[in-house]
Structures are given as structure tokens and as C-alpha cells.
Design a protein around this ligand. Structure first.
Ligand code: DAK
Length: 259
């Protein structure tokens, strides 16, 4: 499928999805959300792909939901829009593949929400991150109140949500909201290096680990640990477990088959 608002590149097991509405700072309108939902679904079915890097064209990652389009929504349209955004981000979180956000600039409102649904976040020193919805007379609609609180705790989440202030990449790093801060010129190189490293692992295990961390964070510890035991034991029925351990004993690199 061809996309109007996205640029997709594939580099062996890594897909780069670049949101491409730079004239609107990559704001998410309905069409872009639909295209993102479609590409996430499409990539999920492509068994050659193992990792996704998500970034933005120009000076923004995503400057939020498209305010010009949202301004005319009825409450019912707003409800549908929020549902579409949640569905997209739930798909990203539930994906078998790790998603790396390469945050090249503004990640505001819906952009911050997309970023927080990813698994690893690299931020350029030019990134500005925040949930400014309150300045528009609305509250976040794609999970910002929930994911931000889970990432940074209640006090900091409330401060950011109630003031609408945005923070720098370094401040986000201090809060644990991003993994690493990178010079703008190096952002994509670092994201690709990380993506390739993860793509060299067993895709069975990257899916297991992502699922365990995401699901475990929302349930009680003993249920989460039981889930870990079950994934751990099922690992012993895979080719990659046998290959990984054999390679260790034979002092060579493992050759995983993702099975
Ligand atoms: N939507 C639409 N257009 C946007 C935009 C946005 N979010 N952000 C920027 N643009 C457009 C600008 O209008 C401008 O277009 P033209 O005037 O050239 O036609 C162009 O992008 C360049 O922007 P600026 O000229 O403003 O660029 P600056 O560098 O001067 O400023 C900025 C950059 C990021 C500080 C500024 O553009 C800005 O404040 N943008 C808005 C950021 C924002 O408030 N983001 C949060 C959006 S609200 C819900 C569902 C979803 C949501 C909430 C509820 N439910 C259904 C309940 C999510 C809400 C949001 O994400």
C-alpha cells in the first residue's frame, strides 16, 4: 500500500516509519492515524521485520493531534477520534516487535502519547516533549494521563499535565521518560544501530520480553511472575534456546531462526 503521510523504508529486519506532514509539524489528522494503523497492521504480518523505528520528517516528531481538524469535532466525533488513537497505540504496545521512537523534535500532546507507547525512546537534543492539551481547553485523548503517570509517577505527571509545559530532552532523561539523548545528526544512526542490535536477537524472545514487561507492569507481582515462569519454560521448546546455549558452549555467535 502507498501512504500519503508516511514514508516507509525497510532495511533488512528493520522498518523505519517516518511521519511526513512537515508543513503541519506532523500533526496527526484522521488520515495519518488511519495510515499509521494500516502500516502497523501490515508490518505485523511481515515476518521479515523484527524492529520498527518511528520518527518524524522535518523539525517535529509529532506536534500533537491536528488542532485545525479537531477544532470542529462534535463530542461523538471526538470520541471516535480518541478511540482510533487508543486503538493505534494499543496495537503498537501489543506488537510482537519492539518500537524505537527516534524523537527528532516536538513530541507534544498526541506526539508524546505515541512516543510513550513505544518501547525505547531516543531523543535528539532538539526534542521538546509535553502534554499541552490543557492550553487548548481539553485533556489528553490518546492515553497521556495514564501512560505519563505510569512512566514518571503521579506528581510529575500532574505537573506536566496541569501546566501544559514542555520539557527538554535532558529533563525527560532525568524523569526516565526517554532512554538516551543524542545529537540531532546522530539520532537516526543511533536508532538504526540499536534497532539492528535488537533485530539480531531471537524474535521469539524480543516478543516475550516486551509482553512480559508491558503486561507485568499492570498486574500484581505474583501473577506477573507466574507469567514469566510460563514464558521462560516455553522458551525451552524453541530452536533459538537450543542454538543460543549450544553457541555459548561452542564459543561462537548464535544463529537464531526466530523459532
Ligand atoms: N495541529 C495542527 N497544525 C499544527 C499543529 C497541530 N498540533 N502544530 C503545528 N501546526 C502547524 C501550525 O499551525 C503551522 O501551520 P501554518 O500556520 O504554517 O499553516 C505549522 O504547523 C508550523 O507551526 P508553527 O508556525 O506554530 O511553528 P513554531 O515552530 O513557531 O511552533 C510549536 C512550534 C510546536 C510550538 C507550535 O506549532 C505549537 O504550539 N503547536 C501546537 C502544539 C500542541 O498544542 N500540541 C497538542 C495538540 S492537542 C482527544 C484526542 C486527542 C487529543 C486530545 C483529546 N479526544 C478526542 C478527547 C490530543 C490532543 C493533542 O495532541
Amino acid at each position: 500500500m502507498t501512504y500519503e503521510n508516511l514514508i516507509i523504508e525497510r532495511d533488512e529486519g528493520v522498518a523505519v516509519v517516518r511521519i511526513n506532514r512537515p508543513s503541519a509539524l506532523n500533526a496527526l489528522n484522521l488520515d495519518t492515524i488511519k495510515e499509521l494503523t494500516e502500516v502497523v497492521r501490515e508490518m505485523e504480518e511481515d515476518t521479515n521485520l523484527k524492529v520498527v523505528v518511528l520518527t518524524g520528517e522535518g523539525k517535529a516528531f509529532i506536534a500533537g493531534a491536528d488542532i485545525k481538524q479537531m477544532a470542529g469535532f462534535t463530542p461523538l466525533e471526538a470520541r471516535r477520534f480518541a478511540g482510533m488513537g487508543h486503538h493505534l497505540l494499543d496495537m503498537v504496545e501489543a506488537s510482537r516487535m519492539p518500537y524505537i521512537a527516534a524523537v527528532n523534535g516536538f513530541a507534544l500532546g498526541g506526539g508524546c502519547e505515541v512516543m510513550m507507547a513505544c518501547d525505547i525512546v531516543l531523543a535528539s537534543t532538539k526534542a521538546k516533549i509535553g502534554q499541552p492539551e490543557i492550553n487548548l481547553g481539553i485533556s489528553p485523548g490518546f492515553g497521556g494521563t495514564q501512560r505519563l503517570t505510569r512512566h514518571v509517577g503521579r506528581f510529575k505527571a500532574k505537573e506536566l499535565l496541569l501546566t501544559g509545559d514542555s520539557i527538554t530532552a535532558d529533563e525527560a532523561l532525568e524523569l526516565g521518560l526517554v532512554n538516551r539523548v543524542v545529537e540531532p545528526d546522530l539520532l537516526m544512526d543511533e536508532a538504526m544501530e540499536l534497532a539492528r542490535k535488537i533485530a539480531s536477537k531471537s524474535a521469539v524472545q524480543t516478543a516475550f520480553i516486551k509482553d512480559l514487561v508491558n503486561r507485568g507492569a499492570d498486574i500484581d507481582l505474583s501473577t506477573a511472575n507466574a507469567l514469566e515462569i510460563s514464558y521462560f519454560s516455553s522458551s525451552f521448546s524453541t530452536h533459538d534456546q537450543k542454538e543460543g546455549m549450544r553457541a555459548f558452549m561452542e564459543k561462537r555467535k548464535p544463529e537464531f531462526k526466530d523459532e
